[in-house]
Design a protein around this ligand. Sequence first.
Ligand SMILES: CC(C)(COP(=O)(O)OP(=O)(O)OC[C@H]1O[C@@H](n2cnc3c(N)ncnc32)[C@H](O)[C@@H]1OP(=O)(O)O)[C@@H](O)C(=O)NCCC(=O)NCCS
Length: 159
Amino acid sequence: MISSEKKIGDSKIISTELVLPHHTNQLGNLLGGQLMHWIDICAALASGKHSQRVCVTASVDRIDFHQAIKLGNAVTLYASVNRVFKTSMEVGVKVFAQSFKEGIKVHSNTAYLTFVAVDEAGNPVKTIQAIPETEEEKRRYDEALKRREHRLQTRSKKD
Ligand SMILES: CC(C)(COP(=O)(O)OP(=O)(O)OC[C@H]1O[C@@H](n2cnc3c(N)ncnc32)[C@H](O)[C@@H]1OP(=O)(O)O)[C@@H](O)C(=O)NCCC(=O)NCCS
C-alpha cells in the first residue's frame, strides 16, 4: 500500500561501518571515496524507504573533510529525507566517527544528496510527500528549499 504522504521519522536510516585496512590510505586514514560510497548507500536506503521506489542519485552537494577518520574507528551514518519536491527529494546524511578505545565520538561530515524516484524504465515519477514533525525536521525542511534553488541554478547541464 502506497500512501500520498509519510512522516520523515519513518524513513530514517542509521548505518554503522568499521574502518578496516582496505578502506584506508597510506596514513591509515579512511579514504574519501569510501566514505562517499557509504554516504551514497545510506542516503539511497532512506530515499528508497521513503518513496518505496528505486531511487537514483541525481546530485551530491559539496562534502568537506574536516578531520581524518582513523583505521579501527566506527563510522555511523544517519540519513533522513529532508524534503520531497515532485519526483526528487533531498536526503541529509550526518556522519560521526567514534573510537571506542579512546571513548571519543566526533561529527566528521554532513552531506546533502538529491535522489529521484524512478519507474522500471528509469523515468522520474511523482513521489510521496514527507511530513516534518520535530523542530529539527521542520528546520531542515525549510532549509532544503533554499539549497534546492541554489543547486538547480548552479547545476551542470546535459550536453
Ligand atoms: C536524475 C535523472 C533521473 C533526472 O532525469 P531527467 O530526465 O533529467 O528529469 P527532470 O529534468 O524531469 O528532473 C527530474 C527531477 O530531478 C531533479 N534534478 C535533475 N537533475 C538534478 C540535479 N543535477 N540536481 C538536483 N536535482 C536534479 C529535477 O529538479 C526534478 O525534480 P522535481 O521533479 O522534484 O522537480 C536522470 O538524469 C538520470 O537517470 N541520471 C542518472 C542517474 C544515475 O545513474 N545515478 C547514479 C547511480 S544511482
